[in-house]
Design a protein around this ligand. Structure first.
Ligand code: SF4
Length: 428
């Protein structure tokens, strides 16, 4: 997730209706099972299972090299192929430094080993479909997976950095009410290889003309709903002898899955962002149904015990929705709720999408909240809106399925804040 309006998860995908739903990667665990789904309107696909094992092979039995961390690749070369460990390092360099797409490019590897690898292993797992570039330079890259699902990454170039926003799932189960992606429901988890390949192939496409500096897991999907694939992917991105992203420049964003946040803190050195988006349980229960499972008090307690490294802070993302969460009272509560947590606040203007009940907060409210937080010595930034004209902005991507997750009814005294739309059938 993104957890902004991301839908901050701005990336989307759709599956042809006659395609098999799962072939690669781990099947998505239902986060809280059927009862939770029914109570909270979470759109967990009924076909998902709780299997946690990670498949490292495709449907033809070929090993997916980009699903392996460096240590796993070494083990594979030594234990499965009977090769010396340095061969694994050679291949790793070809995959992540030289960005090879074919074994024939690996000229310092013997012909015999190249032929053997071609028989049993794969390099790329995504097929690049299209790139749409908005007038501000933001580009939406579209990929096809083996199952026929279409997923997207968004390249966001700025003066100081070039950020790639990547997807971690096909769809999303979290049903955040302000998010366009949420209307797809969850179709599948992406494998580690499918996550990493978005980065490798984007780097290959742009070359040195636009060198990637930052990776954010803020595309389609809740990354920590797919930790078995996301956590190894962060390790591959950060590995110094390969893609070599600084761990301070790889950010995983979550809607607030508390056990997985704690697991992530223990198993990954990448940075964490949490979509806060509300300052009371009443509002967060409504706009982010995950809050009914892990309320604000539980979420913030977990962050107080998070294993922060020296200088590390969590980023709280806060999407401003008109008359929902944009009062000065909210600003005061933001200060109170986050004061004992090393953090910064990222205020995000809402990107309205087709059928939404919510409206963007007026600029003056955003400025008032920002100024209030600054006056209380809170580290605050305002996210610039990018990519609007190609539906590449946060919260604007996605393709709702035939069966959208249900809409949550607003609390009585917030009913004035939402517009009635054809999509706004509130069930609960
Ligand atoms: S529904 Fe999913 S993709 Fe959208 S904001 Fe929530 S967690 Fe992120």
């Amino acid at each position: 997730m993104s957890h902004g309006p991301r839908g901050p998860h701005a990336l989307w995908a759709h599956l042809p209706t006659n395609e098999p739903r799962v072939r690669l990667g781990t099947r998505a665990p239902a986060p809280r099972g059927r009862a939770l789904k029914q109570r909270h309107g979470l759109a967990v696909n009924d076909t998902m299972t709780s299997a946690r094992h990670q498949l490292l092979k495709d449907s033809e039995g070929k090993v997916l090299l980009k699903s392996m961390t460096l240590q796993q690749l070494r083990d594979f070369f030594v234990n499965e192929l009977g090769e010396k460990p340095f061969r694994a390092q050679q291949i790793w360099t070809w995959l992540y430094v030289k960005l090879a797409s074919d074994f024939d490019e690996m000229t310092d590897v013997s012909k015999a080993l190249r032929a053997r690898l071609r028989d049993i292993a794969r390099i790329d797992v995504l097929q690049h479909v299209d790139t749409h570039t908005a007038s501000d330079g933001t580009a939406k890259l579209t990929w096809r997976t083996d199952t026929g699902a279409i997923i997207e990454s968004v390249m966001i170039p700025t003066e100081k950095r070039n950020t790639l926003c990547i997807s971690s799932q096909v769809g999303c189960a979290m049903n955040c009410q302000f998010c366009f992606t949420a209307r797809m429901g969850l179709h599948n988890n992406l494998s580690t290889a499918e996550i990493v390949d978005q980065v490798v192939q984007t780097r290959r496409l742009y070359g040195e003309s636009l060198r990637l500096t930052n990776i954010v897991f803020m595309g389609m999907g809740e990354p920590l709903h797919n930790p078995d694939n996301v956590i190894p992917a962060t390790s591959i991105l950060i590995e110094r002898s390969g893609l070599d992203f600084s761990n301070r420049r790889v950010t995983v964003s979550t809607s607030g899955l508390v056990p997985e946040i704690l697991r992530f803190g223990q198993e990954s050195t990448a940075r964490l962002a949490v979509s806060l988006n509300a300052t009371t349980d009443e509002v967060r229960d409504w706009i982010m149904p995950i809050n009914r499972k892990y309320p604000l008090g539980v979420l913030l307690d977990a962050l107080r015990s998070y294993p922060f490294r020296k200088g590390e802070r969590v980023t709280f993302e806060y999407v401003l929705l008109k008359d929902v969460n944009d009062s000065l009272e909210d600003a005061r509560r933001i200060v109170r709720l986050t004061s004992s947590i090393p953090c910064k606040i990222n205020l995000i203007p809402f990107n309205p999408h087709d059928g939404t009940e919510f409206e963007r907060s007026p600029d003056e409210r955003l400025i008032a909240i920002r100024d209030f937080l600054v006056s209380r010595n809170v580290n605050v930034t305002v996210r610039e809106t990018r990519g609007d004209d190609r539906m590449a902005a946060c919260g604007q991507l996605g393709k709702p399925g035939e069966r959208s997750p249900r809409r949550m009814a607003p609390p009585v005294h917030f009913q004035h804040a939402v517009r009635t739309t054809p999509h706004a059938r509130h069930d609960g």
